[in-house]
Write a protein that binds this ligand. Structure first.
Ligand code: SIN
Length: 283
């Protein structure tokens, strides 16, 4: 089905499209219906030149579902529902600098995340996305069948816990909150997406620690294979930000990766995570 009230320009690669000709502060009914359709079709959609105030950012997010506040991230002063994704010139590590999907360590993970660019480096700081539909579809039938029968353990302990070693940068680590609220959950390895009806791979390198019922050591080779496979260029796209750009990604259909290639410069993004997500096993 074509789009009539918005312009949709697919990015090169395995997912993602730019949605042009919209002002997110005043979407008409037909535009809203078509934006929802583009989100379901491409897994991640991008908007340009959206000069949204925090309240307008929140209003757009609430159209999709309830706000799911990230309990670990620092928040924007005065706006506790908006997470701050910030890298300062003196910082070496960034947030999200590895393939992941947001909140998979929660029982009901965030459905989607709406990231708005506030301040950007001169060059770099792109975000990459990978299609978990494309990654799953490209596997052999035998492996697909095996994966459909598996569940995996996702954890926030090794990332946000008091003893976590992943974020070594003391400035960055000190900004995270609630280290005692970490935990483990179990999700299906292959989910059936409620919007598209397609099967998607649901493990990620940041938060998935092992297959349920398997040891970490036994899980490692197959998980590593899946991580290498799903990050192949043909499943990915890369987005170059401008101030006022927005990316809205579906955490059930994509992974993302924040490139950390702009040391010495500031990058400030505002992120709202939208809840209302249940994960149905594909099988
Ligand atoms: C994130 O991982 O949510 C942040 C992505 C980015 O900063 O590009």
């Amino acid at each position: 089905m074509s789009y009539e009230t918005i312009k949709v320009r697919k990015l090169t690669g395995g997912c993602g499209a730019e949605v042009l000709g919209v002002d997110l502060r005043q979407l008409g009914n037909r535009q809203w219906e078509e934006v929802q359709r583009a989100f379901a079709e491409f897994g991640v959609i991008f908007f340009r030149d959206q000069t949204l105030e925090p309240a307008e950012h929140l209003a757009f997010a609430r159209r999709w579902g309830p706000i799911d506040i990230n309990r670990f991230f620092p928040t924007v002063p005065g706006h506790p529902e908006i997470a701050e994704v910030r890298k300062e010139p003196a910082q070496r590590q960034n947030i999200g600098g590895g393939w992941h999907t947001d909140h998979s360590y929660d029982t009901a993970p965030a459905m989607g995340s709406i990231l708005l660019a506030r301040e950007l480096p001169e060059e770099g700081g792109d975000t990459l996305f990978a299609s978990m539909y494309g990654a799953f579809d490209a596997l052999s039938d035998g492996l697909k069948a095996t994966l459909r029968g598996l569940k995996a353990v996702h954890s926030s302990k090794h990332i946000f816990g008091a003893e976590a070693r992943v974020y070594e940068d003391p400035v960055l680590k000190a900004r995270f909150r609630n280290p005692e609220q970490v935990g483990d959950v179990v999700h299906p390895v292959v989910i059936r997406h409620p919007l598209s009806g397609r099967e998607a791979l649901y493990v990620n390198a940041a938060f998935t620690v092992r297959f349920d019922g398997w040891s970490v050591e036994d899980s490692r080779p197959l998980l590593d294979f899946l991580y290498r496979h799903a990050a192949k260029p043909e499943f990915t796209c890369r987005f170059r930000w401008r101030p006022g750009s927005i990316a809205f990604w579906d955490n059930r259909a994509t992974w993302h990766y924040a490139a950390n290639d702009y040391h010495g410069e500031r990058r400030l993004m505002h992120r709202i995570t939208v809840g209302g997500c249940t994960l149905a096993a594909a099988a």
